[in-house]
Ligand binder design. Structure first.
Ligand code: PBG
Length: 332
């Protein structure tokens, strides 16, 4: 697109910025409540919650409290809620069997949300890290994170979540071949309508630190995730991974983290034109909140500006811990 610009003064670029009305008319991108997916942390117990120290304003909730929060999210118009379990250390094992138990925290929570707030879409996380004694997203054999045996376990996890009533499955594990394997299993088990939002371009990022505190994985993690999550220097690889996951049956794709990877969001949207999401991860939330708490930034304004940036970069929606706060501001 070649902009046609009359020479000054016929063209005065400030004319269209002079009033709220003209700015509103000319605005190319907007943020709405429809764009938000709210990640929540669930823990054992009843009618209780505990703060996550490195994520001011975020708490871990018991299943009943998550169901209540889902009712509130639904009434705010938030379209989807995403569940992450905080598993007791004793429930973490080398075989990760809890990951596909129909009664694990995630599956209990899916059913509780479906009962309490049937209109909100329920998204899950598929990866072994909340259940794995060593904090990795896949099985570890002799120090190696093994791919194919992990995919078999992820398929079992996906089927248990689909059976519990999940609407959107979120494989966040970065194993090869998992989207195709999960899609085939969903089809053959009668879950044709369950959608997959693939964490297609997930980078090995230091911005996940506070999340690993929230789910209790920081202490557990041995080594790093660089043999399966992407190298932050790569962009072409993100496009290959998105193409691969779409060809295996993903309905939607994600770029993660968000703010440091907006260029990838734009490239993915331009190349494929599919529903594209970004995850504004825990470290992004933590840094904005920390600055706001110190009085260094206006918290509400940077929250909305950062979320609008994702829309401008081509995203259809954002997973963000700010979802309820943003929804309240957007709804006036
Ligand atoms: C793990 C998972 C992670 C996040 C979502 N799923 C962390 C990791 O890969 O170590 C991070 C989310 C956040 O930082 O907010 N499967």
């Amino acid at each position: 697109m070649t902009p046609i610009l009359a020479p000054f003064p016929a063209s005065r670029q400030r004319r269209m910025r002079q009033s709220p009305a003209l700015r509103a008319l000319a605005r190319q991108n907007t943020l709405t409540v429809d764009d938000l997916i709210w990640p929540v942390f669930v823990m054992d117990g009843r009618d209780d919650e505990t703060p996550v120290a490195s994520m001011p304003g975020v708490v871990r909730r018991t299943v009943d409290r998550v169901a209540k929060a889902a009712v509130e999210a639904q009434s705010l118009g938030i379209p989807a809620i995403c569940i992450f379990p905080y598993t007791a250390m004793a429930a973490r094992t080398e075989d990760c069997a809890m990951a596909w138990s129909p009664d694990n925290l995630t599956n209990q929570t899916i059913r509780a949300i479906k009962d309490a707030a049937p209109d909100i879409a329920v998204m899950t996380d598929i990866a072994l890290d909340p259940y794995n004694i060593n904090g990795h997203d896949g099985f570890v054999e002799n120090g190696e994170i093994v791919n194919d045996r992990t995919v078999d376990a992820l398929v079992k996890m996906a089927l248990a979540q689909a059976a519990a009533g999940a609407d959107i499955l979120g494989p966040s594990d970065m194993m090869d071949g998992r989207i195709g394997a999960i899609r085939a299993a969903l089809e053959s088990e009668g879950h044709q309508n369950v959608t997959i939002l693939s964490y297609a371009a997930k980078y090995a990022s230091a911005f996940y630190g506070p999340f690993r505190d929230a789910v209790g994985a920081s202490a557990a993690l041995t080594g790093d995730k660089k043999t399966y999550q992407m190298d932050p220097g790569n962009a072409d690889e993100a496009l290959r991974l998105v193409a691969r996951d779409l060809s295996e049956g993903a309905d939607m794709v994600m770029v993660k983290p968000g703010m440091p990877y907006l260029d990838i969001c734009r490239q993915v949207k331009d190349a494929f034109g599919v529903p594209t999401f970004a995850y504004q991860v825990s470290g992004e939330y933590a840094m904005l909140q920390a600055a706001a708490q110190n009085g260094w930034l206006d918290g509400d304004k940077v929250m909305l500006e950062s979320l609008l940036g994702f829309k401008r970069a081509g995203c259809d929606g954002i997973l963000t811990y700010f979802a309820p706060a943003a929804a309240r501001l957007l709804q006036g």
